[in-house]
Design a protein around this ligand. Structure first.
Ligand code: GLU
Length: 395
C-alpha cells in the first residue's frame, strides 16, 4: 500500500454491516429492487413521547455544549434505569453518555488496551469489536461456537483462551448477530473462570436488552465478584428506534468512567444536547411503552424461522432476542448454483444480492464463516418476499 494515510487506517477493515447497507442503497439508486436485510435498524418511527421531549428541548433553547459525560439529569435517569431493569447500583460519577454505544465501546477499548494486549471475542461477535481492538494495536483471540450449541461458549473454552496477556473479554447478550441470550447460570459459570484471572476486564454490551422474547437477559455486572471489573454498555438506538439520535452510555467503575470522560473530552465532547434531553424521557419511560415493537419483532422472528427452515441447506436455530437470524449455510460451500461457484459465506451473500436482490451480511464479518446474517427489522411483506426470492434463486 503506497498512499500517505496512516498504517492505522490502512489496516482498518471497513464495517461490513455499513458497507452492505451502502451497497444496497447504491444498487437501489441504479433502479434495482433490493430488499435490505443487512442493517440492524428498527423500521419503526421513534415513539411520539420521545419526539415531543426533543421538540420541547429545542423550544427551551437547549443548544449549548453539554457536560462531556452527559447532563446530570440524564446520568441520574440512567442510574434509575440500571437499578430498575438490571438490579445494578451505579452513581452518576460511574456513568458516561456518548455518541452511540459504538463510541462507548471505542472509549473503553482506548482507555484500557495497550499494544500487544489480548482481547477475547466469543464468536459470533459484532463486526466493530474486532476493528476497535485492532485500532488499539491489541490483538483479538476468537472462541469459536456454532449453531449446534446455540452459539454459546463454554467455561472450558474460556479457560483455554486466557493467557497472561488477556486484558479484556467482550460479552454481548442478546447477541448480534445470533440473537443468543446467556442465562444467569451460564453467565455465572463463565464468571467462575474469570474469578481466577483478576487482570481481565469485562465489557458487557447490553444494547439489545429489551428485545427479548422469552426470558429477560441477565446483566453480567450483577454478579457481585464481577461488578468492579465490568463495564456495562447500553444505548437507545435499538429499543427505542433511535439509531440516528446517537446516544449510548456506560456504567463502569469510577476510574474507568473518569478515563472515558477524559478521552471523550479530547475527541468529541458531549453527545448531542437535544438527543440527551429526549434520552431522559426515553430511559425513564416504563418498558411496556415499547412492548409493541418487541411483539412485532417476535412475530417476524417466527415467520423468518418458519420460512428459512423450508429451504434445503439452511440450518436454523431459534434466536431468543435481538432482530437477527444467523443460519448456517455451509451446506452450499463447494456447489455451483446458476453458474456461480459458492466457496464461502461471502460468495453466498453476494450470490443472494445479485441473483435474489436480497442484501444480507456474511458471517465472516462476525467471526463465523459458516453463517450469514439476516436482519428481520423489516416489514413482514419484505421478509416474505425476500425469502421467496432466496428460495427461487437457490432452486
Ligand atoms: N449495529 C447495527 C448492525 O449490526 C448497525 C450497523 C453497525 O453499526 O454495525 O447492523
Amino acid at each position: 500500500m503506497t498512499n500517505p494515510l496512516s498504517d492505522r487506517i490502512n489496516s482498518l477493515p471497513v464495517s461490513q454491516t455499513l458497507a452492505m447497507a451502502a451497497k444496497a442503497r447504491e444498487l437501489r439508486a441504479e433502479g434495482k429492487d433490493i430488499i435490505g436485510l443487512s442493517l440492524g435498524e428498527p423500521d419503526f418511527n421513534t415513539p411520539d413521547f420521545i419526539k415531543d421531549a426533543a421538540i420541547e428541548a429545542i423550544n427551551q433553547n437547549y443548544n449549548s455544549y453539554t457536560p462531556v459525560d452527559g447532563y446530570a439529569e440524564l446520568k441520574e435517569a440512567i442510574c434509575t434505569k440500571f437499578k430498575r431493569d438490571n438490579d445494578l447500583v451505579y452513581t452518576p460519577n460511574q456513568i458516561v453518555v456518548s455518541t452511540g454505544a459504538k463510541q462507548s465501546i471505542a472509549n473503553i477499548a482506548q482507555v484500557l488496551l495497550n499494544p500487544g494486549d489480548e482481547v477475547i471475542l466469543p464468536t459470533p461477535y459484532w463486526v466493530s469489536y474486532s476493528a476497535i481492538t485492532t485500532l488499539c494495536e491489541a490483538t483479538y483471540v476468537e472462541i469459536p461456537s456454532s449453531i449446534d450449541t446455540d452459539f454459546k461458549i463454554t467455561p472450558a473454552q474460556l479457560e483455554a483462551a486466557i493467557t497472561p496477556k488477556t486484558k479484556m473479554i467482550f460479552f454481548n447478550s442478546p447477541n448480534n448477530p445470533s440473537g443468543t441470550i446467556y442465562s444467569e447460570a451460564e453467565y455465572r459459570a463463565l464468571a467462575a473462570v474469570l474469578e481466577k484471572h483478576p487482570q481481565i476486564y469485562i465489557l458487557s454490551d447490553e444494547i439489545y436488552e429489551h428485545i427479548n422474547y422469552d426470558a429477560k437477559p441477565f446483566s453480567f455486572a450483577a454478579i457481585e465478584s464481577m461488578y468492579d471489573r465490568t463495564i456495562t454498555v447500553n444505548g437507545l438506538a435499538k429499543a427505542f428506534a433511535m439509531t440516528g439520535w446517537r446516544i449510548g452510555y456506560i456504567g463502569a467503575p469510577q476510574w474507568i468512567a473518569k478515563a472515558c470522560n477524559k478521552m471523550q473530552g479530547q475527541i468529541t465532547s458531549g453527545a448531542n444536547c437535544i438527543a440527551q434531553r429526549a434520552a431522559i424521557t426515553a430511559v425513564l419511560a416504563p418498558v411496556n411503552k415499547i412492548q409493541y415493537m418487541v411483539d412485532e419483532f417476535k412475530t417476524r422472528r417466527n415467520i423468518v424461522i418458519g420460512l428459512l427452515k423450508e429451504i434445503d441447506g439452511f440450518k436454523v436455530n431459534v434466536p431468543e432476542g435481538a432482530f437477527y437470524v444467523f443460519p448456517d449455510i455451509s451446506d452450499f460451500f463447494g456447489k455451483t448454483i446458476d453458474g456461480v461457484k459458492i466457496e464461502n459465506a461471502s460468495d453466498f451473500s453476494l450470490f443472494l444480492l445479485e441473483k435474489a436482490n436480497v442484501a444480507t451480511v456474511t458471517g465472516d464479518a462476525f467471526g463465523s464463516p459458516n453463517c450469514i446474517r439476516l436482519s428481520y427489522a423489516a416489514s413482514e411483506l419484505q421478509i416474505r418476499e425476500a425469502i421467496k426470492r432466496i428460495k427461487e434463486a437457490l432452486n
